[in-house]
Design a protein. Structure first.
Length: 387
C-alpha cells in the first residue's frame, strides 16, 4: 500500500514462529477491528472492476504514478464498513509481481485499526511477533497516518493503522478516482464477519498459540477432523478472536482418503494464506439475489439438503423456497441461527473465495452445514481433477 517496505528483510512468520522470546508482562496490542484487507493482484484495475461490478463495492480512492507512487497502483473499495485495497506491481522488480507469480491473486494484509501504531507494534514484537515494517508516518495535506506491520502465516501480514489525525481519503498519496456509474442492484454487505486462514498439516496449534501469545486472542471454538469430514477428506479448525470484532478461524488438513480442500489450497497457493473472507449482511436473500444478478457464482447443494434443514430449524420461520432457489444454507445454536452461502473461487486458481453470512443471534460457523458444504467443494475439486 505504501511506496516501499520499511523494516527487516522479507521473511515469513513461519521462519520465526518459535524463535522469539516473548515478554509476558507486556499487554497485548489493543485492536479496534479490521481497518482494511489488502489483496496483491496481477491487474488492480481489473480486480477493482470485479469487486465493483460483481460485489457492488464503490471505488473510493486511487494511488499510482499519477499520485506519486512509482512502483504500484492501488484502488480502495468500500461497502458498508468493509474496505478492500487491491494492489498490483507495475515494475518487473516489484515484490508484488513476484508474490503474484508465486501465489496468484490473494490476500497480503489483514490490517487492524489501533489508537497508537507504534505502541501496538512495540507490544506485538515484545510478545514475540516478527516486525516486517517498522512504525512510520505517512503525511499529506489532510493529516497523517502511522503504520507498522508484523508477520503471520505464510507471507501474510498484519498492519497496525493509526488514523485519528487523518481526515482525507484512505491515506496520503491517494486521490479520488474517476467515478463510474453504479451497475446492477445494491448488494447490502455491511462488515467483515471473519477471515479464514489455511495452514500446513501440524501447524494449527502453533498458530492458535501465536494469536494467543502475540495478540491475547482467546479460542472461540474448535472443530476436530471427526466433525469436519466427508467420505473422502477431512480438516481441523480452531477459531480465535479478540473477544469483540476480530474473528480469525484457522484450518489445517487432516488425513483422508483423498486430497482435502485445504491441501488443494496449499498446493495452488504455494503455502499458507487466507482461504476465504466472510462478509455479513442483514438480508442474505436480497444480497445473494443481487450478487447472482451481477454474475457471482455460488456453490450449490442438493435439493435434499433442505429436507434435513427444515427439521433442524423447526420452529423458525424462514423463506424456504427462496433459500433453496439461491442455495443458502442454514444452521442454529443455543444463541440463535445463521444463514450462509459460499462463492466459487475468486480467480482461476482454486484458492480464495467469499462467504456471505447473515447472523440472527448465532455466533457459530455453520457446523450443521459442514457435510453439505464440503461435499459441494469436493464436487468442484473432482471437476478440476484435484480430489
Amino acid at each position: 500500500m505504501s511506496p516501499g517496505v520499511r523494516g527487516v528483510p522479507e521473511k515469513t512468520a513461519s521462519d520465526w514462529l518459535n524463535a522469539a522470546s516473548p515478554k509476558a508482562s507486556v499487554a497485548a496490542p489493543a485492536l479496534g477491528g479490521i481497518d482494511h484487507i489488502e489483496f496483491w493482484v496481477g491487474n488492480a484495475r481489473a480486480s477493482a472492476a470485479f469487486f465493483a461490478g460483481c460485489y457492488g463495492f464503490d471505488i473510493v480512492a486511487y494511488a499510482g504514478p499519477e499520485t506519486g507512487v512509482t512502483d504500484r497502483v492501488s484502488y480502495v473499495l468500500a461497502q458498508g464498513d468493509i474496505r478492500f485495497v487491491v494492489t498490483a506491481g507495475i515494475v518487473p522488480s516489484s515484490p508484488i509481481v513476484a508474490h503474484v507469480a508465486a501465489h496468484g491473486d490473494g490476500v497480503r494484509d489483514v490490517a487492524f485499526v489501533v489508537e497508537n501504531a507504534a505502541a501496538a507494534y512495540g507490544a506485538a514484537t515484545a510478545r514475540g511477533a516478527i516486525g516486517v515494517e517498522a512504525p512510520h508516518v505517512i503525511s499529506g495535506a489532510s493529516g497523517r497516518i502511522v503504520r507498522a506491520s508484523v508477520a503471520t502465516y505464510g507471507e501474510t501480514r498484519h498492519t497496525f493503522v493509526e488514523r485519528d489525525d487523518y481526515l482525507g481519503l484512505f491515506a496520503p498519496g491517494y486521490e479520488t478516482p474517476p467515478v463510474a456509474p453504479p451497475v446492477g442492484p445494491p448488494v447490502g454487505l455491511g462488515r467483515v464477519d471473519h477471515v479464514v486462514a489455511n495452514v500446513e498439516l501440524g501447524a494449527l496449534s502453533q498458530w492458535v498459540d501465536f494469536y494467543a501469545r502475540i495478540f491475547g486472542f482467546d479460542q472461540l471454538v474448535h472443530f476436530d477432523d471427526e466433525t469436519i469430514s466427508t467420505e473422502y477428506s477431512a480438516l481441523m479448525s480452531t477459531v480465535v478472536w479478540d473477544g469483540s470484532k476480530v474473528v480469525l478461524p484457522i484450518n489445517e488438513p487432516a488425513e483422508g482418503r483423498r486430497k482435502s480442500q485445504i491441501e488443494e489450497f496449499l498446493d495452488f497457493y504455494g503455502g499458507p494464506g487466507v482461504q476465504h473472507i466472510a462478509l455479513r449482511t442483514d438480508d442474505i436473500v436480497t444480497a445473494v439475489r443481487a450478487l447472482r444478478d451481477r454474475g457471482v457464482r455460488f456453490l450449490r447443494v442438493p435439493a435434499t439438503y433442505y429436507e434435513d434443514a427444515k427439521a433442524r430449524m423447526a420452529g423458525i420461520d424462514l423463506p424456504w423456497e427462496a433459500l433453496a432457489d439461491l442455495g443458502i444454507l442454514v444452521d442454529r445454536d443455543h444463541e440463535g441461527y445463521l444463514l450462509q452461502v459460499f462463492t466459487e473461487t475468486m480467480g482461476d486458481r482454486p484458492t480464495l473465495f467469499f462467504e456471505i453470512i447473515q447472523r440472527e443471534g448465532s455466533r457459530g460457523f455453520g457446523a450443521g452445514n459442514f457435510k453439505a458444504l464440503f461435499e459441494a467443494i469436493e464436487r468442484e475439486q473432482e471437476r478440476r481433477g484435484n480430489l
